[in-house]
Write a protein that binds this ligand. Structure first.
Ligand code: EPS
Length: 387
C-alpha cells in the first residue's frame, strides 16, 4: 500500500526517495525527518564520513504547509562528500567519459564481483556506489514519515543493540520512553554492563584493523491487532518483516520472537497462553515467545524482530584475498569503507523497515485518503474487535 523507491549513489550528488500511498493531512516537518537521519549516524565505530554528512534534506513534493497532500512525497538528501572534493565530480559525473582509476579487485563479501558479472561492468565502482549502505539514509527518511503515521495509532517502533561481536546484552528491553537513553549509548545498547564490553569489542577490532557484526532487536509497541493476514503467503506480516529486514545491506539473519531458539523447546514451552483481561476487556498473551505475530498477523502484543548483521567486509587491514579482474592475479581487496562496525546504525535502519511494513499494512487495513478517514476506521475497528 505504501510504496517507496530510492535513487542515488553513495558518492553521487544526492539520494532521493519518493513515497507513494500516504494519506493526506498527516503533519510532517523537515525537522522530524532530520532527527531520524541524525539517529542513523549514531554509533561508536563508524567512519569519519558520518562526522561531515549532515544529511540535510529538501522536501521536494507531497507536503504543503506542514501536512501531506496525498500526492507522492519526494525527499532529497544531498551527499556532503560530493561537495568536498572534485574527485567525486569526476568519478561520478553523469556526463559521457570514463574513469582514470577503475577498481579492478572486487572485494569479497560485497556485491562487487557478482554485480560486475551480472551487469557487465569492469569497474567495481559501478556496483559499489549503489550497493553501499549509504542508500539507507533515503530509507530512513521514508521511515520517518511512516513512523509519524504509526504514531497516530499509538504505535512506536524502537530498537536496541543486543550483540556486538562476541559481547551480548542481558534480556531487559527498552520501552518507548527509554529511546533517548538507548540513543545516548555509544553502541545503542540498553544494558550498561554489556555496553562497556561492546565498546571494548569495537576498540579491539579497530586496533586490529578488523570489523564487527552484531544483532539488534526491534520492538513494536502498540501495534494494532490484525495487520497482515493468514490467507495468502505474501500477506503474512512476519514474511513481510523478514523480507524488509533482509533487504538491509549486510543483514544475513532475521528472527521473530524467540526465533531459532524456540525450535529446541517442547511445544508446551514454546507458546504464549491466551488470557482474558477483564479490566481492559481485551485478550492478552502471556509472554513474547511468538514476537507479536500468530498466523502471519499481528496479535496486538509487543512485536519482537531481531536482525543479525555480518561484520563489514572491508577491513582496515588488507587481508581478504581477491583476484584482479584484468590480470587474474591474486591480490588483496582495496579499502573503500572505513567503518569498524555499523550495527548501531543498522538498528535505526531496521526500525525504519519495520515501521514501513507496519504503516503499509495499517494503510491496507484501515485505508482512507485522509488522515481523518484512516483514524476513524482504525478507531472503529479497535472499538468493535471481535469475538
Ligand atoms: C559505505 C562506506 C562508508 C560509509 C558509508 C557506507 O563511506 P565512505 O566510503 O565514504 O567512507 O561511511 O555510509 C554512509 C556514508 C552512510 O551515510 O551510512 C559503504 O561502502 O557501504
Amino acid at each position: 500500500m505504501l510504496r517507496y523507491l530510492t535513487a542515488g549513489e553513495s558518492h553521487g550528488q544526492a539520494l532521493v526517495v519518493v513515497i507513494e500511498g500516504m494519506v493526506a493531512g498527516l503533519p510532517v516537518t523537515a525537522e522530524q525527518i532530520q532527527s531520524e537521519l541524525a539517529r542513523r549516524r549514531l554509533g561508536y565505530g563508524r567512519g569519519p564520513r558520518q562526522r561531515f554528512e549532515a544529511d540535510e534534506i529538501e522536501l521536494l513534493g507531497g507536503i504543503r504547509h506542514g501536512r501531506t497532500l496525498g500526492s507522492p512525497i519526494s525527499i532529497l538528501i544531498r551527499n556532503s562528500e560530493w561537495f568536498r572534493s572534485d574527485k567525486w565530480h569526476q568519478e561520478m559525473s553523469p556526463a559521457p567519459g570514463r574513469t582514470e582509476s577503475p577498481l579492478t579487485a572486487p572485494r569479497p563479501g560485497h556485491a562487487d564481483l557478482t554485480g560486475m558479472q551480472k551487469y557487465g561492468f569492469s569497474d567495481a565502482r559501478d556496483v559499489l556506489e549503489r550497493a553501499s549502505a549509504r542508500e539507507t539514509a533515503a530509507r530512513v527518511a521514508a521511515g520517518a514519515v511512516a513512523k509519524l503515521l504509526l504514531a497516530e495509532l499509538g504505535t512506536t517502533v524502537i530498537s536496541h543493540v543486543i550483540q556486538m561481536g562476541a559481547a551480548r546484552s542481558a534480556s531487559q528491553r527498552p520501552t518507548p520512553g527509554d529511546i533517548a537513553a538507548v540513543d545516548g549509548s555509544p553502541v545503542r545498547c540498553f544494558d550498561a554492563g554489556a555496553e562497556a564490553a561492546m565498546v571494548a569489542e569495537v576498540e579491539d577490532a579497530a586496533r586490529d584493523g578488523d570489523s564487527l557484526g552484531g544483532v539488534v532487536e526491534v520492538l513494536g509497541y502498540g501495534v494494532p491487532t490484525g495487520l497482515g493476514s493468514y490467507v495468502h503467503w505474501d500477506r503474512k506480516l512476519d514474511g513481510l518483516l523478514a523480507q524488509a529486514i533482509l533487504s538491509i545491506q549486510a543483514v544475513k539473519g532475521v528472527e521473530v520472537g524467540d526465533g531459532f531458539e524456540v525450535a529446541g523447546r517442547r511445544g508446551s514451552e514454546a507458546h504464549d497462553p491466551i488470557v482474558w483481561d477483564e479490566g481492559r476487556r481485551a485478550y492478552r498473551r502471556e509472554g513474547t515467545r511468538a514476537g507479536g505475530t500468530e498466523g502471519g498477523m499481528s496479535t496486538g502484543e509487543l512485536l519482537v524482530v531481531r536482525a543479525a548483521m555480518k561484520p563489514l567486509a572491508t577491513l582496515n587491514r588488507p587481508v581478504l584475498a581477491t583476484v584482479d579482474v584484468v590480470t587474474k592475479e591474486s591480490t588483496v581487496s582495496f579499502k573503500e569503507r572505513t567503518d569498524v562496525t555499523a550495527v548501531p546504525a543498522m538498528g535505526v535502519v531496521a526500525e525504519t523497515m519495520v515501521a514501513l511494513v507496519l504503516a503499509s499494512e495499517a494503510l491496507r487495513k484501515f485505508g482512507g485518503d485522509s488522515l481523518e478517514e484512516f483514524r476513524r476506521n482504525a478507531a472503529s475497528f479497535a472499538a468493535s474487535v471481535q469475538p
